[in-house]
Design a binder for this molecule. Structure first.
Ligand code: INI
Length: 198
């Protein structure tokens, strides 16, 4: 058996599509900047004229899922990153847009087998949106991390690594990296139980 876990450094170049909603672009441009910064710091060439990242601008979050599915279905990308900002207003519009984009993005991933990252802020106010797009932190950065991890993970799964050659390569922790401390605090048999629970 095997434990698969995505990494954040790649031997082979990964390719991404980023789809950005123009609606609330005060926010979405900032999410994009955070996303590009993270990708760049992980060795990805984010130049739109390069070979690793394509960009698609759409009118608003409602349109993102359709384009995400279309891009994913080409199988030219290791992951598709969707960036949008849905901000609650005085009408139920928020609920319709946010529900549809969430369902649509999930469906795009399921239907194509390509990771499609849900980078849509759903917030009550513009202030909350801006806080998550650079004022306090930039969620665009996290969405890029999620894309890197999922892209790497799916490559590993799709390439059918076995426990033997994976462990033999000396790169695979038995536990997820975030849980490695368990090895020092948990008795061996409970660690074993954790592992077999995956
Ligand atoms: N699109 C957004 O991305 N965010 C919003 O907050 C928003 N609101 O509130 O209306 C929004 N609406 C536009 C929508 O995504 C479509 O572009 C439009 O309805 C045309 O299909």
């Amino acid at each position: 058996m095997a434990v698969f876990e995505g990494t954040f450094t790649q031997d082979t170049p990964l390719r991404f599509a980023i789809i950005i909603g123009r609606f609330n672009d005060l926010v979405t441009v900032k999410l994009l900047e955070g996303c590009q910064d993270c990708l760049k710091r992980h060795g990805i060439d984010v130049n739109p004229h390069g070979t690793q990242v394509d960009y698609v601008w759409v009118p608003g979050s409602f349109e993102i899922a359709l384009v995400a599915r279309q891009m994913a279905a080409t199988h030219r990308y290791d992951a598709v990153i969707c960036l949008g900002a849905v901000i609650r207003g005085q009408t139920p519009h928020f609920d319709y847009v946010s529900a549809e984009v969430a369902k649509g993005i999930a469906a795009a991933g399921f239907q194509t087998g390509v990771p499609v990252i849900f980078g849509i802020l759903t917030v009550d106010t513009m202030q909350q949106a801006l806080e998550r797009a650079g004022i306090k932190s930039n969620h665009g950065w996290n969405y890029a991390m999620n894309a890197l991890e999922m892209a790497s993970l799916m490559r590993q799964i799709n390439s059918g690594l076995t426990a033997q050659n994976y462990a033999g390569a000396g790169v695979a922790p038995v536990l997820p990296v975030s849980h490695q401390f368990l090895e020092t605090v948990a008795p061996a048999d409970s660690v074993q139980n954790q592992v077999s629970g995956y």
